[in-house]
Design a protein around this ligand. Structure first.
Ligand code: 8OZ
Length: 382
């Protein structure tokens, strides 16, 4: 059985957990955070090893969304995991995190239609399940925030190549020293866009019925599991998030089927964004307990969890793991702060979130290094 420890009523947020082959010192996970600081060749930037290793006391770090191929890019300066240089860059990160006793996986993505011709070879159109433009923006160097480009629908004959790219990047991720991989199945990027009837109007075996729309995610997951082992693989979904202009007419039926398809694969964990990413947790009615009941494995939740909410979720058995984004951005020693119920750093200015250097990245203070008066309490974390 790949899930060697399951939540019991006695578990707390601060207890260790084995999730498949992953060994977690506690249930507090760093959510994947896009920071747009990759360098030339989309190699992780000069401060990435320090940034991640500062956060190595997390039970698990999920490194930022990382491209599986050149085509997969949708934003400026997001890293890849498909060239030798990128793998060598990530090795510095994983060595630094492991040197501090941490566990780290990487989130692999293909942005699909949430991209721009300027990121594509020869200015080609981005690819999507169907030629439907997303009503959202991306950031292009020199142009700032711009509308994403009109995509073209992938040919049926191109789909094996997408699956192969995910598989190849997962192999390279293990070579880079990651303990595993999380597949980015959320927020309207390629895998999520295939799932939903608002973005997938295909008439082949990857579109139409719910079974057809879940096929690509399931095939990608199975391929990566065959490559690196299901017990090193997680999947993240966001059933009712509106991020990426993605919608479905029947999210409960759709995501029930997603979980039914993924459950037999034996994943290390399933990671669920509850509600609207970074926003309301109750934007749409959705029965997460019904989803979880279909999955006999480690269950990770995300979106706006406070310390109390996270402690309750684990101790009441609603979740095995809780991931925090904004709180981990602002608090490298979040685990200690949650353990001691210490005050939390506030986030720095939003212009430090995406792009830039060390400021707002590696210069958030640790508890010992600051006076208590310098602290403010951040209300929630994604
Ligand atoms: C914020 C900015 C750009 C990308 C996601 C990876 O929404 C992202 C992302 C978040 O999943």
């Amino acid at each position: 059985m790949n899930k060697s420890v399951s939540a019991s009523s006695a578990s707390t947020l601060f207890d260790p957990l084995s999730a498949g082959a992953l060994t977690l010192a506690n249930r507090i996970v760093m959510a994947p955070l896009t920071r747009n600081r990759a360098g030339a060749g989309l190699v992780p930037g000069p401060f990435a090893a320090e940034y991640y290793s500062q956060r190595a006391t997390a039970g698990l770090i999920i490194a930022e969304a990382t491209q599986i191929s050149a085509q997969a890019q949708g934003y400026a300066d997001t890293p890849g995991c498909y060239t030798d240089e990128q793998v060598a860059g990530w090795k510095k990160v994983t060595d630094a995190v492991h040197g501090k006793g941490g566990t780290i996986v990487v989130q692999l993505w293909h942005t699909g239609r949430v991209s721009h011709t300027s990121f594509q070879q020869d200015g080609a159109e981005p690819v999507a399940p169907s030629a439907i433009r997303a009503n959202t923006k991306t950031f292009v160097a020199g142009q700032g925030f711009v509308d994403v480009s009109m995509p073209r629908a992938l040919d049926l004959a191109e789909i094996p190549g997408i699956i192969a790219d995910f598989r190849y990047a997962s192999k390279r991720a293990i070579e880079a020293g990651f303990d595993g991989v999380e597949l980015h199945g959320e927020h309207g990027y390629l895998l999520d866009a295939f799932l939903r009837d608002g973005t997938n109007h295909r008439t082949d075996r990857y579109g139409g019925s719910v079974e057809n729309r879940t096929r690509l995610l399931t095939e990608v997951t199975a391929a990566c599991a065959a490559e690196i082992g299901a017990d090193r693989l997680g999947v993240r979904i966001s059933p009712v998030s509106t991020a990426g202009d993605c919608k479905d007419s029947q999210p409960q039926a759709l995501f029930n089927r997603v979980v039914d398809d993924l459950a037999p694969i034996g994943l290390a964990y399933l990671h669920v964004v509850e509600g609207d990413t970074g926003g309301a947790r109750d934007n749409l009615t959705f029965d997460y307990a019904a989803l979880r009941a279909r999955f006999d494995g480690v269950w990770m939740v995300n979106n706006g969890y406070t310390r109390q909410m996270a402690m309750d979720a684990v101790s009441h058995g609603r979740a095995d793991l809780v991931s925090f984004g904004r709180l981990f951005m602002a608090n490298p020693d979040l685990v200690r702060r949650l353990t001691e119920s210490a005050p939390l750093n506030a986030l720095m200015a939003p212009d430090t979130f995406y792009g830039g250097g060390a400021h707002g990245y590696t210069d958030y203070p640790f508890l010992d290094l600051i006076s208590a008066d310098a602290l403010t309490v951040a209300p929630i974390g994604v």
